[in-house]
Design a protein around this ligand. Structure first.
Ligand code: MN
Length: 261
């Protein structure tokens, strides 16, 4: 399969684990193996996991060229995609944004925290089809194996996944034997806040201690990776709960007098 829309397809590669991440290298290498593809890496200069969709608006951003086609930014994953598309690639926008491969899963409810996925959403907001890649980590896991599958998916996406409003969220289990297209799972938020004392006797807190647990539900991304399948979940940015709009119409009248002032 080749991408025919123009001579060279351009892929922007980013992540939230930072420029030194092996997952980023693996993903960039997977893209470079595709004929007729030009790869630009623009990644955060340090880890930005759980940065969500934050844009840096309260301080200047620095863009540093490390070598040909490789840049770092002292900002978030969304900053990287924004600056890459609107500055570095402004005259020749990318055909695809790929983010990852994240060191750790981005499943179910956790997608809203994920810098990896938000980088893909930033691409989508700027009108570029985008894919986020993450892998569970454990004994025997290999970024290389993920990269082989990512390469085939990227080839397909350049040809066939051209709707920028739908991003693909891909999660690799540690060991996998197949692929499932899945919906987001639901997390059980049972773990508490960890509270400790620092050496000066002051209390500090640590969020997100302990292993996450999930509602076991058929057809979810969590179930897929639990069963040894790569999960691919299509996501979109419209968070509207459409079914609630008719039910909430009454608020237009209930609050209408107050709103008139
Ligand atoms: Mn990360």
């Amino acid at each position: 399969m080749r991408y025919h829309a123009r001579a060279m397809a351009r892929i922007l590669v980013t992540n939230d684990d930072g420029i030194y991440s092996e997952g980023l290298r693996t993903l960039a290498d997977a893209c470079r193996r595709i004929d007729g593809v030009e790869v630009l890496v623009v990644a955060p200069d340090r880890e930005q996991s759980a940065a969500s969709h934050a844009l840096t608006l309260n301080r200047p951003l620095r863009l540093l060229k490390l070598r040909e086609s490789e840049y770092i930014i002292d900002g978030t994953p969304a900053d990287c995609v924004n600056l890459a598309i609107l500055k570095l690639m402004k005259d020749d926008r990318p055909d695809l944004v790929v983010s990852g491969i994240n060191f750790g899963p981005n499943l179910g409810d956790d997608v809203t925290y994920s810098g990896t996925i938000s980088a893909a959403f930033e691409g989508a907001l700027l009108g570029i089809p985008s894919i986020a890649f993450s892998t569970l980590v454990g004994e025997g896991f290999s970024f290389e194996r993920c990269g082989v599958v990512a390469e085939t998916l990227i080839r397909w996406a350049l040809e066939s996944q051209r709707d920028p409003h739908i991003i693909l969220n891909v999660n690799f289990p540690v060991a996998f034997t197949g692929v499932r297209v899945a919906r987001l799972g639901t997390r059980i938020y049972s773990e508490g806040i960890i509270e400790r004392k620092d050496p000066r006797g002051r209390t500090y807190y640590w969020i997100g201690g302990g292993e996450p647990t999930w509602h076991p539900a058929e057809g979810t991304d969590f179930e897929a990776v639990e069963s040894g399948f790569i999960a691919i979940t299509p996501l979109h940015l419209d968070l509207t709960h459409h079914a609630s709009i008719p039910r909430l119409k009454l608020l237009e009248e209930l609050l209408g007098d107050d709103a008139k002032g």
